[in-house]
Design a protein around this ligand. Structure first.
Ligand SMILES: [Zn+2]
Length: 246
């Protein structure tokens, strides 16, 4: 396949992906770090992600195209995120996934440090009823800088995530995925919100059991969230459009 065989992304989709970065920043999921990507709509062997810059500052002009080894197609001097391999290797392992968000959102980090499983505390976080696993980079790679900075680390992360949509990363952050950009952003936002609710519930419970969603409840509620529940995206996307006119 030649390097330029893919159709360019439409301006609307470039704007949506740039808006997703800003939405994740405004919702407290990403700060100076973190990133969101989207698989190419017609070439599953490519994905799009912004060049390395703070998510709240991303514009449509910052979006680069990558192959699944996370090599930028036409970087034109722009730098790539060090942890882009998270995205490329998940796209390779999971053909059903169309968008990936990586963040270090603070309420989620404790669930990678302490052996308390994250559970789905409410219907918006139904996707968490599959109980996200923890990727501990030291298990396979020993002492590292903690970053998923090459293909082998990305492969291992994708393997630990398996068929689930969220994975915790020990002493680092988390990854949330979905079939669409809108669903991945929704899941990243509600993973952080769910973590806050679980911290509150654990404090309130004082050792009593927590009545989280069952696996079946999670499955049923997640189906609804992927349709009607996505009005949250409409709200967030409209706010970016009103502010920036794109
Ligand atoms: Zn990271």
């Amino acid at each position: 396949m030649s390097q330029s065989s893919s159709e360019p992304l439409s301006i609307e989709l470039l704007r949506d992906l740039a808006a997703a970065s800003r939405i994740l920043a405004s919702q407290g999921v990403v700060d100076g770090f973190g990133h969101v990507s989207m698989r190419h709509p017609t070439n599953p062997n490519r994905y799009f992600m912004s060049c390395s810059k703070p998510p709240a500052l991303v514009t449509p002009e910052d979006i680069l195209e990558y192959d699944l080894d996370s090599v930028a197609i036409e970087p034109q001097g722009r730098k790539s995120f060090l942890e882009r391999f998270i995205h490329g290797e998940i796209y390779k392992a999971r053909p059903d996934i169309g968008s990936v968000v990586h963040s270090h959102s603070p309420s989620v980090v404790p669930f990678g440090l302490v052996r308390v499983k994250m559970q789905a505390m409410f219907h918006n976080a139904a996707f968490l009823a599959k109980e996200p696993p923890i990727f501990d980079i030291s298990e396979k790679f020993g002492d590292t800088d903690m970053l998923v900075g090459d293909i082998p680390k990305g492969v291992e992360l994708a393997q630990v995530m398996g068929p689930r949509d969220v994975v915790m990363m020990r002493a680092h952050g988390s990854v949330a995925c979905g079939p669409t950009l809108q669903t991945a952003v929704f899941r990243a936002v509600y993973t952080e919100v769910n973590a806050r609710i679980q911290h509150m519930s654990l404090a309130l419970a004082q050792g009593q059991p927590i009545a989280a969603l069952s696996a079946k409840e999670g499955e049923l509620a997640d189906e609804v969230n992927q349709g009607a529940g996505l009005r949250a995206w409409d709200l967030w996307r409209t706010q970016v459009r009103d502010e920036l006119h794109w």
